[in-house]
Design a protein around this ligand. Structure first.
Ligand code: MN
Length: 288
């Protein structure tokens, strides 16, 4: 199943005809009082929500994908976990580019570990990406994003896929420079997630998935998930050995080679096989 959030916090199922509005199933979610849970309520109840959608009558009405404002498919992730340099060719590219990369930060992922992006950076596929500090170089990074489905700590690789709710396309927008990654990668709108969540049963085997990112007419990043240095189960084992994973936590699995600058006025198009694609505009904060 492909689940999207759109418009005024509506829930949709994406099929060949467009988006079927299934917002009414959200009434099944438990009501919460303060303090609200620090995980995503929809993802925590995803199995029952999907069952309710499957058994609800379909009136055949569809919205066109182009007509709606796509929100992040996860509304309230507890954390955005991200893997640095997790493709071999991107590691070599990063080491070679002394002008824009801090050598101290560019090592194999097993040495660097993971980092967190601020949840306030999260936006959906309709964007826009709003550039801040426009005098600095800001790069695009397309990544397979894994959405955690249930709580777990010290999860073994062999058990890791039981903790995956689904997949989306992630853009880890990054200001280049010497500061900590958590600062440079966390401005508002610098964590894009979308266009929807593909449940893990529908997505199937994640190896061998092509991903492409273009800026305008220019192809910038073209890679395949088979070239990940640390696999998704290995990332889940690694991450959960440090902190508990919760439903709705998002794991950005790292970007392949071909990162490059983005500027206000650009349109980025991101595609991952088995998920879909979206185009997102880049604007300048000074213009707003
Ligand atoms: Mn990244």
């Amino acid at each position: 199943m492909r689940l999207c959030r759109f418009g005024n916090n509506r829930l949709g199922v994406v099929d060949g005809g467009g988006i079927r509005d299934v917002t009414s199933v959200l009434d099944l979610l438990p009501s919460c009082r303060y303090p609200l849970p620090s995980y995503d309520l929809l993802i925590a109840n995803l199995a029952s929500i999907c069952r309710a959608i499957s058994s609800s009558p379909d009136d055949g009405q569809r919205l066109s994908i182009e007509s709606v404002n796509l929100l992040s498919p996860v509304a309230n992730p507890g954390k955005l976990i991200a893997a640095p340099v997790n493709y071999r060719a991107h590691l070599e590219e990063a080491i070679a580019d002394e002008a824009t990369f801090s050598r101290a930060h560019v090592q194999e992922i097993q040495k660097t570990g993971l980092f967190l992006k601020a949840t306030s950076a999260l936006i959906g596929a309709s964007g826009p990406i709003t550039i801040t500090h426009s005098q600095r170089r800001t790069d695009h990074e397309i990544e397979l994003a894994v959405i955690i489905g249930k709580e777990g700590r010290c999860i073994s690789q062999s058990n890791a896929f039981n903790y995956v709710a689904g997949y989306s396309i992630g853009l880890d927008i990054t200001i280049r420079g010497p500061e900590e990654r958590s600062l440079r990668k966390s401005p508002d709108s610098y964590a894009v997630l979308g266009p929807w969540l593909v449940t893990s049963d529908e997505f199937g085997d994640l190896t061998g998935r092509d991903m492409v990112l273009t800026v305008g007419e220019q192809m910038r990043q073209r890679a395949n998930t088979r070239d990940l240095i640390m696999s998704v189960p290995a990332l889940i084992e690694f991450a959960s050995s440090f902190y508990t994973l919760y439903p709705g936590d998002v794991l950005y699995t790292g970007t392949p080679e071909g990162v490059g600058p983005v500027h206000a006025g650009d349109t980025l198009r991101a595609e991952i096989a088995g998920i879909g694609s979206f185009a997102i505009e880049v604007v300048n904060t000074e213009a707003h």
